[in-house]
Design a protein around this ligand. Structure first.
Ligand SMILES: *Cc1c(COP(=O)(O)O)cnc(C)c1O
Length: 242
């Protein structure tokens, strides 16, 4: 079976995802544009990103630091493109991310915060970040435990070049999107709790949650950013270095 050419395929998939996104917003009684679509382009070639850009997509998510660096360089002249760094961060990789990503989604330790702060200070910029919460307390999984969130948030008092914009969730994989609903709801509650921090650089207006198979449920529970890859770009090749 031969596949349709890339550009119309991506444009059609984007139309479908955007229409489902609007429908989910309406069902939840939210404004139709209450949730922004972050197109996850990891392990996809720049041609796929250009196809999505041509179809009006502006926000793209990457989760490998060097891949973000390389694509940002290759697409430096693409107008209006905004990068989101959605992957786990290592301290020696923050240099590829700070200033390149409009939003860093998966901050989960004071050590990473300090590394981001140093880099952002060096570049003289304000870096927007989200904190990833490991709500299901899965071992070996990125994100901080919910009970450790208050202490991590207090650490923002020590940073001048970071701004906490909200929370991010990667729930345990379950083919049934309803399985994640309670976790989406819990993350929304935790985000509301951040408003009481009293810190000038804690401005928690974002909830990054929902992927290809469960973004509609995430939007019903308050997502403002959904991270959708497969439903737009198709299946990915397997990860590198594995
Ligand atoms: C890959 C990835 C996504 C997108 O997953 P799909 O199932 O392809 O939509 C979302 N968030 C994160 C953190 C990812 O790594």
């Amino acid at each position: 079976m031969s596949e349709a050419p890339l550009a119309p395929r991506v444009a059609e998939a984007l139309r479908r995802v955007r229409s489902e996104l609007r429908a989910a917003c309406r069902r939840a009684g939210r404004a139709e544009d209450a949730a922004e679509l972050v197109a996850v382009s990891k392990r996809k070639p720049t041609e796929a990103i250009l196809a999505a850009l041509a179809a009006g997509q502006r926000d793209f998510g990457e989760n490998y630091a060097q891949e973000l660096r390389d694509k940002a360089r290759d697409l430096a002249h693409a107008e209006g493109l905004r990068w989101h760094y959605i992957g786990p961060l290592q301290r020696n990789k923050v240099k590829y991310v700070v200033g390149t990503a409009t939003l860093v989604h998966a901050v989960d330790s004071q050590a990473i915060m300090d590394a981001l702060e140093r880099r952002a200070a060096g570049l003289g910029l304000l870096q927007d970040v989200l904190v990833q919460v490991n709500l299901a307390a899965e071992p070996q999984k990125a994100g901080i435990m919910a009970e450790d969130l208050p202490v991590l948030v207090e650490h923002f008092a020590r940073t001048e070049h970071l701004r906490l914009r909200g929370l991010m969730l990667m729930p345990p994989w379950d083919p049934d999107p309803e399985a994640s609903r309670p976790l989406f709801r819990r993350l929304a509650e935790l985000k509301e709790g951040l408003f009481g921090s009293g810190l000038r650089n804690v401005v928690p207006d974002h909830l990054s949650m929902g992927m290809s198979h469960d973004f509609a449920v995430a939007v019903e529970e308050g997502a403002t950013l959904v991270r959708v890859g497969t439903a737009i770009f198709g299946e990915r090749p397997p990860p590198r270095n594995v």
